[in-house]
Design a protein around this ligand. Structure first.
Ligand SMILES: CCCCCCCC/C=C\CCCCCCCC(=O)SCCNC(=O)CCNC(=O)[C@H](O)C(C)(C)COP(=O)(O)O
Ligand SMILES: Nc1ncnc2c1ncn2[C@@H]1O[C@H](COP(=O)(O)O)[C@@H](OP(=O)(O)O)[C@H]1O
Length: 326
């Protein structure tokens, strides 16, 4: 890397001061640590069979002891420990739809985009769309498809995991899959195909898709909303100052400006980010091992770093992706 791109010019340091704060990301490890500690010490979260004498307990999932056992296998005491809780079904399981809606709501309503000086408007929107594309591509490759099974599924198989408790008959009947031998079923090797075929995805390192998606999605919305809000406050502040300074006996032209739509869009985006955080906390308490949560967190923070923090120090990258609110 050229040293010149790392040296900090006055303009750059001013830009960095206005950039979204990296320290905000600390909320994610804290959430996972607090959730995991709670799950280890709470009597409701800790099943009686897994006492402190079990040396593996620190690495094991808690009440949902086998997270990949199909629904109905156990009846957790807490509503949020159920896989079929309404927030999991209609919010997390289609989480990228909510994140996409919230992002486009910002893009179409925020003065930072809609009231930008001509020339800047297109650039800001294109850079925001690029940032959306980067995080969407990362989400897509990690959880949905990576030239075949997703990164998460490949990691699971590579670390020794497989689809168990599955008979070819059950597979054909349960999933309607055109397979007639166990070997053929194993070839499918995605968590979704295994579940559809009535099997249990067991054995390997199961990176938490929930942790990955909820951290990435909420960080993305947090950075974008914060950027748009800061810019809004600056614009509003300077407009108010200009208004004060001017000779103002006449009625203001701005009186008919309606801020309710941009404000609603920002609240909606914060709402999606906030609910994502809450579901992350629930995942931290009720699902997965420490290590599986950590790997989901590491991948998502890596993507957030490349998209939002690297541009603060690497000028050529900043010129491409931009920084929200600048
Ligand atoms: C100029 C803009 C271009 C954008 C595209 C750029 C490149 C992106 C490349 C491909 C992306 C294609 C799809 C983008 C679609 C965006 C719209 C949608 O959100 S449709 C998808 C809806 N699906 C979801 O939201 C699923 C979310 N759920 C999950 O990911 C998983 O359930 C889980 C990870 C949360 C948990 O996994 P599980 O195995 O436990 O279920
Ligand atoms: N906060 C949450 N609420 C409900 N279920 C959750 C959850 N976090 C994880 N799970 C469930 O735990 C399993 C593993 O999740 P992941 O690997 O994505 O983190 C998934 O089960 P299913 O795949 O049977 O739905 C998922 O639905």
């Amino acid at each position: 890397m050229a040293t010149s791109s790392r040296s900090v010019s006055p303009t750059q340091s001013k830009a960095n001061r206005r950039a979204p704060p990296a320290i905000a990301l600390i909320i994610y490890p804290i959430t996972l640590i607090v959730g995991s500690i709670f799950s280890a010490i709470s009597p409701t979260a800790r099943p009686p069979s897994r006492g402190s004498s079990d040396p593996a307990s620190a690495l094991a999932p808690t009440i949902a002891a086998d997270i990949n056992v199909p629904d109905g296998h156990s009846s957790p005491v807490n509503y949020f420990a159920r896989k079929n809780n309404i927030f999991n079904l209609y919010f997390v399981k289609i989480g990228w739809v909510w994140i996409t809606f919230a992002f486009f709501a910002l893009l179409l309503t925020q003065p930072y985009f809609t009231k930008a000086p001509s020339g800047l408007r297109g650039k800001r929107s294109a850079q925001a769309l690029l940032r959306y594309s980067i995080v969407t591509l990362a989400w897509f490759l990690t959880t949905q498809w990576f030239f075949g099974p997703a990164v998460i599924d490949r990691a699971f198989v590579l670390t020794g995991g497989k689809c168990e408790s599955l008979t070819p008959l059950a597979a054909a009947a349960g999933g309607g899959l055109a397979v007639d031998s166990w070997e053929e079923i194993k070839l499918i090797f995605t968590a979704a195909a295994c579940k559809v075929a009535g099997g249990v995805w067991r054995g390997g390192h199961d990176v938490s898709g929930h942790v990955f998606m909820l951290v990435l999605g909420s960080a993305f919305l947090g950075f974008e909303t914060l950027g748009a809000s800061r810019s809004y406050l600056n614009v509003a502040g300077s407009e108010a100052k200009a208004k004060d300074d001017s000779d103002d006996d006449s009625t203001s032209d701005n009186e008919d400006d309606d801020d309710s739509v941009p404000i609603f869009a920002r609240r909606f985006a914060w709402g999606v980010a906030g609910l994502s955080w809450w579901m992350l906390f629930m995942t931290a308490i009720w699902f997965h091992t420490w290590l599986e949560k950590l790997s989901g967190l590491a991948i998502s923070l890596g993507v957030a770093y490349v998209t939002y923090l690297l541009p603060q120090s690497l000028l050529p990258w900043r010129d491409i992706t931009g920084i929200p609110g600048l």
